[in-house]
Design a protein around this ligand. Structure first.
Ligand code: 13P
Length: 285
């Protein structure tokens, strides 16, 4: 039996209580262990995000779902964990991931005309809700590049956001307001005024993509203005690479993969703990 939950209740409570749940993207088994360990230590709910690319890399949706469930059982994980498809590219892919046991999906048709985006999101919502899964959709376009998904920043339109929430019935709204996937230099130009307006008009928990590198003062403002989920990926990858690189640089004789990669995964756990502290989700499990 699956121990996973969807993200509906998690995000509703987070929005009411003024904190955000982190979505951490996973890439393999040890990555998942590192994040489950961090979540359990912090007693924080977490969302494990899987892009289609990462899903393929790990052997497909059923492999990922089986792996996460087995790890939760073996590690005796007690915190709420949602397994979420990040940036699903079609209705069919979302259905495939739900059928494989994912408890949440994002349909990202943000580059399509809004009517098409809403209609497809509605179809995913009907399928997902019948099976206990939650749904996120994107309006406007998050900038940068992630796993081949490229976007030039386009701010979300208030009326389109209201329509998406009302007509499609989604559980979380990624309203793009200046954030960027991947490494960033300086501070992103986030639309805080629009954020507040969209949050108040839709009442939906907002999702901030491109969480890596956003300074704490902007994160806090985004949470105050309705963000209940913040996605973090690049920062974890950078920390992992730093740990592995240091190990290899410091020991020319090392070859056991478990030893080579260990400090990378320890760094992921440490980074995730810092992030959850910043988002205010510690002890909210
Ligand atoms: P970053 O890689 O910039 O943290 O973005 C993650 C993300 O938004 C996943 O959807």
């Amino acid at each position: 039996m699956s121990r996973l939950v969807n993200m509906t209740r998690m995000l509703k409570v987070a929005k009411e209580e003024g904190y955000a749940v982190a979505q951490f993207n996973i890439n393999n088994l040890e990555w998942t262990q590192a994040l489950l360990r961090a979540g359990e230590e912090a007693q924080s709910p977490i969302i494990l995000g899987v892009s289609e690319g990462a899903g393929r890399y790990m052997g497909g949706a059923t492999v990922v779902s089986a792996m996460v469930n087995a790890l939760m059982e073996a590690m005796n994980i007690t915190i709420p964990v949602a397994l979420h498809l990040d940036h699903g590219s079609s209705v069919e892919v979302c259905k495939e991931y739900i059928d494989a046991g994912f408890t949440s999906v994002m349909l990202d048709l943000s580059s399509k005309p809004i009517d098409e985006n809403i209609a497809a999101s509605r179809e995913v919502v009907e399928y997902a809700h019948d099976r206990g899964a939650s749904v996120e959709a994107e309006v406007g376009i998050v900038g940068g590049e992630e796993d081949g998904v490229v976007g030039n920043v386009q701010y979300a339109d208030l009326d389109e956001c209201v329509r998406m929430v009302k007509e499609a019935g989604i559980d979380a709204l990624a309203a793009a307001l200046g954030s960027i996937h991947g490494p960033i230099t300086g501070e992103p130009k986030l639309g805080f005024t629009e954020m507040k307006e969209i949050s108040e008009a839709t009442q939906a928990p907002l999702v901030l993509h491109g969480g890596s590198g956003i300074p704490e003062h902007q994160i806090k403002k985004a949470i105050e203005r309705g963000h209940a989920k913040i996605n973090v990926n690049t920062e974890l990858q950078q920390q992992w690479a730093k740990g592995v690189r240091d190990t290899l640089d410091n020991d020319a004789k090392i070859y056991d993969p478990r030893k080579v990669m260990k400090s990378g995964f320890d760094k992921i756990t440490a980074e995730a703990l810092d992030v959850m502290e910043m988002f205010g989700s510690v002890n909210k499990a």
